[in-house]
Ligand binder design. Structure first.
Ligand code: MN
Length: 480
């Protein structure tokens, strides 16, 4: 994250992708600066530095003008005497609604009442269903707060870090905002386990130093061939984030076993050239067969697309290459918000529509929200069903389905459709016949066998499912 953002930095970046909104953004800055006058952050800096940083982060994602304005004004309802109507008058209803949305989910800390926190956590999570831009401003807000956490007490640092890992990191993952996600993870780890963070940071720096030559050799070789073939390209070097390494070590891996510790991100102009690039890489460097993944054909459930192949570089070093188009790279960094760039004018509507239709977690979230009236129960179900470990299995046509860990065939069938769940009699997993309560594992290939004469779901299946939808459907069927 860039430090000490000035209004000129912000206007500059807005001008680069959305020149017609520069005036409005300037006006929002002046207004926010006036409203926050005299207020200071705990760091001793003028308060306006915070909304400026938040606005800059969303502008880096090429947010629309309203969102940038709302980011500048996001703390004014809470900390100054302006009102929602005041903002609507000065700007428009959209900006006012966004600021109001962010404000409604901002008062939260572990010291206030448990029940209040639960209500608030619910609001944060469900604000996605109204306008995903609220969550994006909130993620940018959290990112800056985590970046300036050094001025808070140790208790506050740990409290904020836990909450970030618990709620904001999973949300960033689901909308595909990887760049924010990995920054939030590293910042949290730094405050939660400072010693581990430091030692991994040192290891990482050493590896980056040692592998410089290997990565440069590979980058130049691949770039040289692509240039010769007149394929427009850009190649970047990336090392896994500190939290990512930490997690691998926690799972019992050794540093040398982490196959994606070092990566080259290779961007080209179109899909055909992605596959051609793959061919070029495999003809130059030996791949590890089982580490090849085609997420272009088969996107991840958060719409991430790329070809992954891990190859042997110089000195037996493993290097993962990620090959994608320039547009796919925007989605890889910013997720759903890449539409700001791709769709321009009606990005907001496209984002909300895609969230509903393409992002699998969204339906589950709506279902949980509908079924759990109690806030505490809602939050614990979301954590268990969506924010914990997940598995990814295949349908018979190769579509990837995301389910909570320990899900069974019954969960899978209801995820596909209620009809499939209600008429299921058995299933095959990787071509072997299994019972409906079979617990699924990553990469299982699942075929559900139905019979219209089936008795329907048995009542005791309720104890054999993880997902809220499956539970509801089994109950509804048996209550009839
Ligand atoms: Mn804030």
């Amino acid at each position: 994250m860039k430090n000490n953002i000035t209004i000129n930095d912000l206007l500059e970046i807005v001008k680069s992708y959305n020149p017609e909104e520069v005036e409005k953004v300037k006006k929002a800055y002046d207004y926010a600066n006036y409203l926050h006058r005299g207020q200071m952050r705990q760091s001793g800096e003028p308060y306006i530095t915070h909304p400026l940083a938040v606005a800059y982060t969303v502008a880096e994602m090429h947010a629309d003008g309203d969102t940038v304005c709302a980011a500048l004004l996001h703390d004014t309802l809470e900390d100054t005497n302006t009102t929602k109507e005041g903002i609507a008058d000065q700007f428009n209803k959209d900006v006012a609604n966004l600021v109001d949305g962010v404000t409604k989910i901002s008062k939260m800390n572990f010291s206030s009442k448990q029940s209040q926190n639960m209500a608030n956590t619910r609001k944060i999570i469900t604000s996605l269903t109204n306008d995903v831009r609220i969550i994006i401003i909130k993620l940018a807000d959290r990112l800056h707060n985590m970046n300036t956490l050094e001025f808070k007490s140790e208790f506050k640092q740990k409290e904020n870090s836990m909450e970030t890992m618990d709620i904001f990191v999973p949300l960033a993952y689901y909308i595909g905002a990887y760049r924010i996600k990995s920054e939030l993870e590293d910042l949290s780890l730094r405050y939660l386990y400072p010693d581990k963070y430091k030692s991994i940071e040192e290891i990482k720096l050493k590896i980056e130093e040692d592998s410089k030559h290997c990565l440069q050799e590979m980058l130049q070789t691949i770039q040289g061939i692509l240039n010769d073939k007149n394929i427009p390209n850009e190649i970047k070097v990336r090392t896994k984030n500190i939290y990512g390494i930490y997690k691998k070590l926690q799972e019992g891996n050794k540093i040398s076993d982490i196959h994606d510790l070092l990566s080259l991100k290779i961007m080209v102009d179109d899909i055909a050239n992605c596959y051609q690039t793959l061919g070029i890489i495999h003809s130059k460097y030996n791949p590890i067969n089982e580490k090849f993944k085609d997420y272009i054909c088969n996107p991840k459930t958060n719409m991430y697309r790329s070809l992954h192949t891990t190859v042997f570089g110089e000195d037996e070093r493993l290097v993962q290459t990620q090959i994608r188009t320039f547009d796919m790279d925007k989605v890889a960094s910013f997720g759903l918000t890449a539409y700001w760039d791709i769709e321009k004018g009606n990005a907001r509507d496209v984002m909300q529509r895609d969230l509903k239709n393409k992002y699998q977690f969204f339906k589950s979230l709506v279902e949980i929200n509908r079924m759990f009236v109690d806030n505490q129960e809602f939050v614990s179900q979301v954590k268990q069903e969506l924010f914990s470990d997940k598995i990814y299995v295949y349908t018979t046509t190769g579509k990837i389905i995301e389910l909570p860990k320990d899900s069974t065939i019954i969960d899978f069938a209801y995820r596909i459709s209620s009809e499939l769940g209600n008429t299921m009699v058995s299933a095959t997993v990787n071509d072997k016949v299994v019972e409906p309560d079979y617990i699924l594992h990553n990469k299982d290939r699942v075929r559900v066998i139905t019979d219209i004469m089936s008795y329907g779901p048995r009542e005791d299946w309720i104890d054999k499912v993880q997902t809220t939808k499956a539970k509801r459907k089994i109950k509804e069927f048996n209550d009839k």
